[in-house]
Unconditional design. Structure first.
Length: 370
């Protein structure tokens, strides 16, 4: 009883005899306790996701560099875990591909494709160069957040972002497939919440859509099904990196304005770049991503296929020295296999934009000449 008379434990705080906890002071103490707990959790996750990443991931990868075949076999368990991270729902076509002329794009023969997949559909813009006498390579060009397939062809309020790379690819003799994906942050956030409840992800859904659209497009006799590349910017760069490990028919890729020091990008706010942690882009957080799939590790699931990374020094999606650091880690997989020439980094002086000339050069080398 003496202890009870001399002290009172209330909400974790000790009150001495005669003290009186005003409601404002009480609320302040409760909030301080909550803030302290929040800081503890943030420090815990910074340790788990950033500082401890290398040790944790090293236990999950058993790469062999003895040969290309052994390398691919050694990363197959990781590829399966990577697929489960996105959990594509396994859509199948429920009707024929519909092709309609698309007059919004200044390119002969432009078509809007629609493929029914039960409750949803896959859609995209297809343009095949005129006058070619043999099947041509296909480049899948994926738009970024806030954009749309027509923007690939210079339509929009900021043509400097895309540099009309759709028409440039046509001029080089490539067919262009520009898939349509959900384009706004607000809508992606909303749909991603539902996707998580259903044990899938929006990128997994959109992967199924492009996979099935490719099935139909590659039946086109004008297109060489053995020569398929992908070039995406921003959210489209995400699509390129996310899907190439799961789609072996894409034989080379260009990732523009996405490749990153992923642990820092997701977890550590910094004035030199914009961390996803301080944005409203909830859709960009995926269960299990930083257990073993930082960007350099994802690249090992693309290897040995040729890959170009593009990043502008003025692009605040990442701080360019950290991009270089992460790229060097990614390049090691190629170099250990003796194929270092298949991966390259283009650091340019611009911002969040397509670097046209280096991308066209890369595709001429790895896609056009096969």
């Amino acid at each position: 009883m003496a202890c009870f008379r001399n002290c009172l434990v209330f909400l974790g705080f000790v009150l001495l005899p005669g003290s009186f906890l005003f409601s404002q002071e009480r609320d302040q103490l409760i909030e301080l306790r909550n803030e302290a707990y929040s800081e503890e959790l943030e420090e815990y996750f910074r340790g788990v996701l950033v500082r401890d990443y290398a040790n944790r991931a090293s236990d999950r990868w058993e790469r062999s560099y003895e040969s290309l075949e052994e390398f691919l076999n050694s990363v197959e368990p990781n590829r399966e875990r990577y697929r489960r991270m996105f959990s594509p729902p396994g859509f199948e076509p429920t009707g024929p591909l519909n092709r309609q002329p698309h007059s919004l794009v200044d390119a002969a023969g432009a078509e809007w494709l629609t493929l029914p997949l039960g409750p949803v559909k896959a859609e995209g813009l297809l343009v095949v160069p005129k006058g070619e006498t043999s099947p041509v390579p296909l480049v899948i060009t994926q738009h970024g957040i806030g954009s749309y397939p027509e923007r690939i062809f210079g339509i929009g309020d900021d043509p400097a972002l895309y540099h009309d790379y759709g028409h440039a690819l046509l001029a080089e003799g490539f067919a262009v497939l520009a898939p349509f994906n959900l384009r706004t942050v607000e809508k992606r956030n909303r749909i991603e919440r539902w996707a998580r409840l259903a044990d899938t992800t929006l990128p997994g859904i959109e992967f199924d859509r492009i996979r099935l659209l490719m099935d139909e497009v590659l039946k086109d006799p004008r297109i060489d099904e053995k020569r398929v590349g992908m070039w995406g910017i921003s959210l489209g760069g995400m699509a390129t990196m996310f899907w190439m490990p799961l789609e072996p028919r894409v034989s080379c890729g260009i990732v523009t304005a996405w490749f990153n020091h992923r642990r820092n990008k997701m977890v550590i706010p910094d004035e030199r770049y914009v961390s996803f942690l301080v944005t409203e882009e909830e859709h960009a957080f995926f269960r299990g991503w930083l257990t073993e799939f930082t960007d350099s590790d994802v690249v090992s699931l693309i290897c040995p296929r040729p890959l170009q990374i593009q990043h502008g020094k003025e692009d605040r999606i990442a701080w360019w020295p950290q991009v270089v650091e992460e790229f060097n880690a990614a390049r090691e997989h190629y170099e250990k296999l003796g194929i270092g020439e298949r991966i390259e980094l283009v650091i340019h002086e611009g911002g969040h934009e397509i670097e046209l000339e280096s991308g066209l050069r890369f595709l001429r080398k790895w896609l056009a000449q096969r």
